[in-house]
Structures are given as structure tokens and as C-alpha cells.
Design a protein around this ligand. Structure first.
Ligand code: KG4
Ligand code: ZN
Length: 339
């Protein structure tokens, strides 16, 4: 079964063809990242306009590279939530039009479920497993019970891990996205040079909080500026990265032990982070757990992961009706049902 995936939730316009949820036949991405760098973050209207300009060409190229026409496509999977609403609407409306014109079933896909599915196209992992999802908008620990059943075990109370890295990067004067810059710069610094308070989260032991860490970085930079002291930016970046990764790994370990999971999956844009990848490997080696990480090319936003998840939603009949809408927020454990 061949699924055409379409993704436009943030600044990547992407289309891909994936066979049976696992085999990537094409994966095309056009990004407006360079333009957003000028503003230090994604400008929603610019992202929406670039999607509108690129989407037809990107979908055409994805079909061509896969050696397909729409006649070969069994279903169109499209990201319908969560994300920037104007950006999502471009993909959703394009997919609806294409589905109607070619009489092809339409499958709405939750973006974060798609990130989890980036592991299905990277390796042979199958649910059930425990997944740490870390992106620009989400930090979750989720029990993936089946391809379409999810239980949220932990989540962030404030900033997502990627958001905290991006904001800290901006404070340090690094290029957007800060997460990528911090990862690149950290090997040049000493990760033990700056100490940050360990965030205390009352209530759930699996929840995260990153805003305190972020404020500490801002205070460190401002205090040094006021005193006219130099800041060792590579060491500040490395120390902050260590602080974020420690929080993620600590809660992941606790959740896996308490819920009895020995199959661990990492997903989302921050899963590309080298410190997180190496600490997750250490954690799983220590506990003799099996670890799955997405290939680097599938960590960030792409449509192959949407087509992969779309396959599993399609075989569960999670198809859309004609009035499918886009949503800026949507819990991962809520399935779109056509009736
Ligand atoms: O999943 P994604 O591409 O978009 C969302 O769904 O949010 O994640 C983007 C986030 C950004 O915050 C970016 O800084 C972060 O992923 N990111 C990284 C790395 N690559 C991307 N953070 C740390 N290290 C990286 N190598
Ligand atoms: Zn994403």
C-alpha cells in the first residue's frame, strides 16, 4: 500500500511516498528556515506563504521521485494538528483538494504521532514501547501501546525542550535554531563550568520544567554583562545542554522502570541532539534496554514520517470526512474519527 504524506505544520513544506508504513520511496522537503533566521524564530505568516508557493511543486516531485502517479496512491496522509494554524491549513486544504479531485481516501495525521513514526522508517521497532518525544513544541513521555493508541505519562509544565534550547541560544547570541547551534558549539566548551538548579516539579515525577533553566541562562548572561565580565559561551551552551538532557534522561529512566518498559524510543527534532543520543545510549546500556533512535534525516519535520503513521491510521479506518479542519493544539491520545 502506497501512502502520499503531506506535512506543513511549521516551516518545512514536505511530501513523501512511503510503502506499507516502512519503505520510503521519496522524501522531499522545502524549508523557509533561512528567511526565519533573520527574525530569530519562525514568522507564521512567512511560513504560510512559503507553503502556499511550494506545496504543488513539492508534492509533484515526491510523486515523480517515487515513480508514481496519483493512480498508484492508496491514501493521502496529511498533518492536521498540532502546529501553526495558517501553515497547517495550507497542507490540509491542498490534501483535501487532491483527495477530492483524484477520489483518494484522506487520512488526518497528528504531527507528534508522525515524529514517533520516524522510527518505523528508520528501523524495525514495533509497539508497545516507551517514547520520549522532544521537539520545538513538545516534551512528552508517552506509552505507545499500539500504532494508534497512546498514553501520556509525562509532559512539560512550561517550555518544550527545543523551545528552551532555542530561547537560551538566542540569549547567548547564537544563530536560530538555538538547539542546533548549542549542539554544534558544546564540544568546544566545558559542560561542568556553569551550574544550573535542577528543576523541581511537584505532582507527577515524570513531568518536565525547563523555564527555570532558561531563566538561569538569561540571568548568567545579564549578570556577567553588568559586571563587565566575559562569558565563556561554548561552556555555557554545553552546561545548559547537559542540564536539559539530564532532566530528560532522569524522567525517562523513572518512567521506564515504574511502567516496566525495556524498549525505549526517542523522537522529535531534539532527538538529533548528540548529547541526548549518547546519554540515551548510556542509559539503555546500563539497564540492558533496547534503544531506537530515528535516523538524523528523519529527526526534523518531514512527510515520510507522516506517510508512515498515515499507513497505520488508514488500516484502522481513521480517515477524514470532507469537513476536515486544522487545529493548532490537539492531544496525542485523541484520535481523529470520521464518524
Ligand atoms: O520536531 P521539530 O523539527 O519541529 C517541531 O515539531 O517543533 O523540532 C524543532 C526543534 C527546534 O527547537 C530545534 O532547535 C531542535 O528541534 N533541534 C535540536 C537539534 N536539531 C533540531 N535541538 C538540539 N540539538 C539538535 N541537534
Ligand atoms: Zn515536528
Amino acid at each position: 500500500m502506497k501512502i502520499l504524506g503531506i506535512e506543513s505544520s511549521c516551516d518545512e513544506t514536505a511530501a513523501a511516498v512511503v510503502e506499507d508504513g516502512r519503505k520510503v520511496l521519496s522524501n522531499i522537503i522545502a524549508t523557509s528556515l533561512e528567511e526565519h533566521k533573520l527574525y530569530g524564530g519562525v514568522v507564521p505568516e512567512i511560513a504560510s506563504r512559503r507553503h502556499a508557493e511550494s506545496i504543488s511543486g513539492v508534492v509533484k516531485e515526491a510523486l515523480e521521485q517515487a515513480g508514481c502517479t496519483m493512480d498508484d496512491i492508496d491514501a493521502i496522509a496529511v498533518t492536521y494538528a498540532p502546529g501553526l494554524i495558517g501553515a497547517l491549513l495550507v497542507g490540509v486544504n491542498f490534501a483535501k483538494g487532491l483527495a477530492l479531485a483524484t477520489d483518494t481516501p484522506l487520512v488526518p495525521v497528528h504531527h507528534i504521532r508522525g515524529h514517533i513514526a520516524s522510527n518505523y522508517i528508520s528501523g524495525d521497532v514495533e509497539p508497545p514501547f516507551l517514547c520520549l518525544i522532544v521537539s520545538g513544541g513538545h516534551s512528552h513521555i508517552v506509552a505507545v501501546k499500539s500504532y494508534t493508541e497512546f498514553e501520556i505519562i509525562g509532559k512539560t509544565r512550561d517550555d518544550a525542550a527545543g523551545e528552551a534550547l532555542d530561547k537560551a541560544g538566542r540569549t547567548m547570541g547564537l544563530e536560530y535554531p538555538g538547539g542546533v547551534s548549542i549542539d554544534r558549539l558544546s564540544p568546544k566548551g566545558d559542560e561542568n563550568k556553569y551550574a544550573f538548579p535542577k528543576p523541581k516539579v511537584t505532582g507527577s515525577p515524570y513531568d518536565f520544567s525547563f523555564s527555570g533553566l532558561k531563566t538561569s541562562v538569561i540571568n548568567t548572561v545579564h549578570n556577567a554583562e553588568q559586571k563587565g565580565e566575559d562569558i565563556d559561551i561554548p561552556s555555557l551552551a554545553a552546561s545548559f545542554q547537559r542540564g536539559v538532557v539530564e532532566c530528560l534522561i532522569t524522567n525517562l529512566e523513572k518512567a521506564a522502570k515504574d511502567y516496566g518498559y525495556s524498549k525505549i524510543v526517542i523522537a522529535g527534532g531534539v532527538s538529533a541532539n548528540s548529547k541526548l543520543r549518547s546519554e540515551a545510549e548510556k542509559l539503555c546500556r546500563k539497564n540492558k534496554w533496547k534503544l531506537y533512535l530515528p535516523e538524523l534525516k528523519y529527526c526534523g519535520d518531514n512527510a515520510a514520517m507522516i506517510a508512515a503513521q498515515g499507513y497505520y491510521e488508514f488500516i484502522q479506518n481513521n480517515t477524514a470526512v470532507e469537513n476536515l479542519n486544522a487545529y493548532a493544539t490537539m492531544p496525542i491520545d485523541k484520535s481523529y474519527k470520521s464518524n
